[in-house]
Ligand binder design. Structure first.
Ligand SMILES: Cc1cc2nc3c(=O)[nH]c(=O)nc-3n(C[C@H](O)[C@H](O)[C@H](O)COP(=O)(O)OP(=O)(O)OC[C@H]3O[C@@H](n4cnc5c(N)ncnc54)[C@H](O)[C@@H]3O)c2cc1C
Length: 404
């Protein structure tokens, strides 16, 4: 995968008001759709689309204006990610991981010098990556093995990272490593790094979906970082990662909502074009016509998924609003992540059933969403991990069952 020179993709950001941003973004994404589909086919990172969206502020959505960002709140940001998810969930993952994972770690836990050094460049389109997961440490991230040792006033990192989004195309990396061996969650620290000697790109993954999103292994071999590249406090990396992932779950829910909306919308357009549910399999029509002769199978499926879409969107916006208000939100973030991931998968599956024969074609938008949706149930904490967290919250506070 070609890595373009960092400077060639840095573009000046236009000063858009937050209220203008989402409609402008939506129109720009629509214009990018055909090009993004080509990048998905070729399994290449969509640098042209990244560059085209940079002047709107898409790569600094959460960064304050003084760092070249748009300074959006989380509700607006979640709405913007919905638009990305509707059009292309690969670019949506890029937007989410760049802004919520790498960017937010530097913004929330970096010092002023680190923010000034990286955030304006990231806002202009220099990609950020966030490397926590390792071959033997996924859901159980605190068991990571990458080590960072302080030698002659420099940190020296050794280890391997896997599934790093933007791993092979980033200009800046946030990397988590053990600084106190054996201390697990109390001995991990976060670092900021740039491409260079000691940081080698390993295999870039061939994925069933999200084919225009870059996912790479990283090998750190005596990666030497200046002492000041520590992000946040020493040995506080694990709580930092968990806080970042909690907010990331709300953001990624926005993407999944967009995917479900895209699947319903494309299917509706297609079924209306064909004049109803003629393309739907006979067996489904027979099964449901018996129960409710006036209602076609297609209408029922579309209505059910639309109801779920609205419910999950409200829940996600509620969690985003809690973040904006500085209130505890992690329970709602897990609910939103669990439900939105399931919704995207179910909506894409059922919409493919409605589309019938068309579902076989690789260039069908819903087919692409179907391939992509599965991976949204895994990243930022799997559905099983969300269920575990929800249960843990409920077992200590039954009031969480009440209306928020
Ligand atoms: C497309 C994509 C992009 C990604 N991008 C990034 C990135 O940018 N940076 C990064 O650091 N990581 C990234 N990841 C990694 C992702 O966060 C991990 O894949 C995820 O945390 C799961 O880890 P794992 O794959 O090792 O699975 P495991 O942790 O090995 O889990 C395997 C299965 O066991 C289940 N399981 C595990 N533990 C438990 C438990 N305690 N209770 C019940 N069930 C359990 C899981 O739910 C899952 O079904 C990405 C992953 C994907 C798919």
């Amino acid at each position: 995968m070609p890595v373009l020179s960092k400077e060639s993709r840095i573009t000046k950001t236009k000063a858009l008001k937050p209220s203008e941003f989402i409609p402008t973004l939506c129109a720009a994404l629509e214009r990018e759709l055909a090009r993004l589909n080509e990048y998905n086919d070729k399994e290449e990172f969509p640098w042209d689309s990244v560059k085209a969206l940079a002047p709107l502020g898409a790569w600094g959505m959460l960064f304050p204006k003084k760092y070249g960002g748009l300074g959006l709140g989380h509700v607006e940001y979640t709405k913007a990610l919905e638009e990305f998810g509707r059009i292309d969930s690969s670019l949506a993952l890029t937007a989410e991981s760049h802004n919520s994972l790498c960017g937010s770690t530097i913004l929330r836990f970096g010092n002023e010098e680190q923010r000034k050094k990286y955030l304006p460049k990231m806002a202009r389109g220099m990609m950020g990556a966030w490397a926590l997961t390792e071959p033997e440490a996924g859901s159980d991230a605190k068991s990571l093995k990458t080590k960072a040792e302080l030698k002659n006033d420099s940190w020296v990192l050794n280890g391997s990272k896997t599934f790093t989004t933007q791993g092979s195309v980033a200009g800046v990396y946030v990397i988590f490593a053990s600084t106190t061996p054996g201390a697990e969650g109390r001995g991990i620290s976060a670092f900021v790094a740039e491409p260079g000697p000691g940081l080698t790109i390993g295999k870039t993954e061939k994925k069933m979906g999200l084919r225009a999103s870059d996912t790479a292994q990283l090998h750190l071999v005596d990666l030497k970082l200046p002492k000041e590249n520590l992000l946040g406090d020493l040995n506080r990396g694990f709580p930092i990662a968990m806080q970042i992932l909690e907010a990331g779950r709300v953001a990624i829910s926005g993407v999944s909502i967009g995917m479900a909306r895209g699947a319903i919308e494309w299917t509706l357009k297609e079924t209306m074009r064909r004049g109803g549910d003629e393309a739907r399999g006979r067996s489904l029509r027979k099964r449901w016509a018996g129960e409710n002769p006036g209602l076609t199978a297609t209408q029922k499926i579309i209505a059910q998924h639309t109801a779920k879409l609205h419910a999950v969107r409200m829940l996600t916006h509620y969690a985003a609003q809690l973040i904006d208000e500085g209130k505890p939100f992690s329970f709602y973030a897990s609910l939103a992540k669990l439900l939105s991931g399931e919704l995207a998968m179910q909506a894409a599956t059922e919409m493919l059933d409605i589309l019938g024969d068309e579902a076989r074609f690789m260039d069908n938008h819903v087919t692409k969403l179907f391939r992509d949706a599965k991976l949204y149930q895994i990243g930022e904490g799997t559905s099983e991990i969300q269920a575990m967290l929800i249960y843990r919250h409920l077992s200590s506070n039954l009031d969480l069952l009440l209306k928020p």
